[in-house]
Design a protein around this ligand. Structure first.
Ligand code: GTP
Ligand code: SPV
Ligand code: MN
Length: 617
């Protein structure tokens, strides 16, 4: 028996081979798939095996249907362009929900809905939502299959774009099904673009629905996503599972799911250090993950660019893996001078979304080259010229590419046990106040710094770009439970680490501006100069200067050889204005007050200590 047992689907219309595996786990999976199919009523069900041939056929079919444009293989072999619906270009935080039993468990930073009520809302939406389409069943692993920090899940989806993306971003295949059959726990994720087709109705290039719901059920470990095809809303393994659901699993099991890049930094003597860094969306994680140091002798190996799972080890250190297998990175601003490694990674086998198309069948976006081509087709398919006044690529246009294609990927990037962390960085986009780098005095102070991160909004989510908002730990849109409890969880994790082996915590800001509005710090490859100082701090090679907000470098200790940062800019990069910091402290208190008394007293004490230091110079 190899045909899927889908009661409501005529067997002759099913295809794809349902794997023949014994085990109670397999029966559970098949039962669940049957149930979703009975609800959504797809014409066909396809069990994805993750093979090359299957992926080839999927992509070929998408080109035939007009869902992908095949790029000129001479310039970009194996690569495609997808153009989204103009209203489906970024995460929709206003439509993202945590449906926990108790409202307080979602906390004030998430949209909450009662699970029963939310199921009652979703059921009619999903009813028949896949009519005329194929429902794909995609088993995936986050982290190496079977690894000690890994977790598995299954996504059902009616979006070919989602399937193609999941195949790049995660490990898909029958070895995951083997684990499920053997009884391993797995997370259930359901996705529909919400665009059923009537018999004979032609499909559109990017099906989606104006009504969108991105819903997480933390108690039953489920995700239900409706109406959007956009990455963060549709690749459910990523933000929905690996951050929102995983943060809840981590809370219960004693680990952390974080919006962090992960790198190995190798100093001129060959010593390796592991660094994780949390910056909000479109604030430089991919760039730092692929850092090419501008100071001689230093090297960086990429381990991950968006998500890290951190777990205290028996040795008292904090171990980290990147649970993903690919990069879903911001295209604009990615060029040879800012991120050569990304440009090289994108040589082929890449799915581009909402970038511009060149007449020669290659792609372009703002920042790829200094001067734009004379004519292009913009992200919406309209003719574009440099003087037309519109961006050619959407500001949140993205590339989807396998991690293994990165020329500086660490040789052991998918090692199941991960790497031990030496330092954790928190950062954001701050034109004022926050210095280039500041070191926390200890773990608790570091958690305080993480909890106070704010950043200017970017195009990665709907909202007003540039507006300053709180984004603690860069997790505001991604923490699946009460953020104040999450602060407490970070404090508890610190207690499980050996104090002399826990990673040291730093805050960084590449985005401080002068009065004239220009960035004071060159950024990009030159951020290695900050990393160099951080590592010399870890090794106890340089002193730091105490300040009210933490430990600052002596500017003389920064390696600035070969760059020209005027002394007044350097001073401005580290200037601490006590009045603005006191206002900043007031805002932190206002923010803490939104949590109904749940913020840990240790962080309240840090806030009071900060105020004391600011007023007692
Ligand atoms: P998500 O994938 O949305 O989570 O974002 P990310 O944090 O990986 O963002 P990414 O590295 O793609 O950076 C987004 C933008 O920040 C790009 O336009 C970059 O050019 C810009 N950027 C990155 N690093 C720097 C830097 O050091 N200085 C300046 N000025 N801009 C930077
Ligand atoms: C982000 O917005 O932080 C991203 C892109 O990394 S998405 O996966 O779409 O959320
Ligand atoms: Mn991200």
């Amino acid at each position: 028996d190899i045909s899927p047992r889908i009661t409501d689907v005529a067997p002759q219309r099913t295809f794809g081979v349902r794997p023949r595996l014994d085990g109670d786990g397999m029966a559970d999976l098949i039962g669940w798939v049957d149930q979703i199919a009975a609800l959504t009523q797809p014409d066909r069900v396809h069990w994805v095996d993750g093979s090359r041939a299957e992926n080839d056929a999927l992509l070929r079919g998408m080109v035939e249907q007009g869902k992908l444009i095949k790029l000129n293989p001479e310039w970009r072999p194996g690569s495609y362009l997808a153009r989204s619906h103009p209203g489906d270009v970024a995460r929709t935080e206003g439509r993202t929900f945590i449906a926990s039993e108790r409202e307080a468990d979602a906390g004030p930073t998430n949209n909450w809905a009662a699970p029963d009520q939310m199921r009652a809302t979703l059921t009619p939406l999903f009813e028949g939502s896949m009519r005329g389409r194929t429902m794909y069943v995609v088993p995936f692993s986050m982290g190496a299959v079977g690894g000690p920090l890994s977790h598995i899940g299954v996504q059902v989806t009616d979006s070919e774009y989602a399937v193609a993306s999941i195949e790049v971003m995660t490990r898909v295949g029958s070895d995951v099904l083997r684990e499920i059959a053997d009884g391993a726990p797995w997370v259930k994720t359901v996705h529909s673009v919400g665009a059923p087709l009537a018999p004979g109705e032609a499909d559109v290039a990017w099906p989606c629905n104006d009504e969108k719901y991105i819903v997480h059920f933390p108690e039953t470990l489920e995700v239900w996503s409706y109406g959007s095809g956009y990455g963060g809303n549709a690749i459910l393994a990523k933000k929905c599972f690996a951050l929102r659901i995983a943060s809840v699993i981590g809370r219960d099991e004693g680990w952390l799911a974080e919006h962090m890049l992960l790198i190995r930094v190798i100093d001129p003597s060959g010593r390796a250090y592991h660094v994780a860094a949390a910056f909000p969306s479109a604030c430089g994680k991919t760039n730092l993950a692929m850092l090419k140091p501008t100071i001689p002798g230093w090297r960086v190996e990429t381990l991950g660019d968006d998500i890290a799972w951190l777990r205290p080890g028996e040795d008292g250190r904090l171990w980290a893996i990147n649970p993903e297998a690919g990069f879903f990175g911001v295209a604009p601003g990615t060029g040879e001078s800012t991120n050569l490694t990304a440009v090289e990674t994108l040589w082929g086998n890449t799915i581009f979304t909402n970038v511009a198309l060149r007449p020669d069948g290659d792609v372009w976006w703002e920042g790829l080259t200094d001067t734009p081509p004379a004519e292009l087709t913009d992200w919406q398919g309209k003719p574009w010229t440099p003087d037309c006044g519109r961006p050619a690529a959407h500001p949140n246009s993205r590339f989807t590419v396998a991690a293994a294609q990165c020329p500086q990927i660490a040789p052991d990037w998918d090692a199941p046990q991960g790497v031990p962390l030496d330092a954790i960085l928190f950062g954001g986009r701050r034109a004022t106040n926050v210095p280039l780098v500041v070191e926390a005095t200890d773990w608790t102070h570091g958690v305080f710094l993480g909890s106070t991160i704010s950043s200017e909004r970017t195009a990665a989510a709907e909202g007003t770009v540039g507006e300053l908002r709180r984004d603690p730990f860069a997790m505001l849109p991604f923490c699946g439970y009460n953020m104040a409890d999450y602060f407490g969880h970070w404090l508890r994790i610190g207690q499980r680490l050996r104090f002399d082996r826990s990673p040291r915590i730093f805050q960084v800001n590449w985005f401080r501006k002068g009065d004239d509005g220009r960035f004071l710090w060159p950024g990009f490859g030159d951020n290695a100069r900050v990393i160099d100082w951080i590592i010399r701090r870890l090794d106890g090679e340089v002193p730091a200067v105490d300040s009210p907000i933490g430990r600052l470098p002596r500017t003389a200790d920064l390696d600035l050889e070969g760059i020209d940062v005027p002394q007044e800019d350097l001073d401005a990069l580290f200037a601490i204005d006590r009045d603005s910091w006191l206002r900043e402290a007031d805002l932190t208190e206002e923010f803490y007050d939104t949590f109904d008394g749940r913020v840990p007293p240790a962080l309240r004490a840090e806030l009071e200590a900060l105020r004391y230091r600011l007023t007692h110079p």
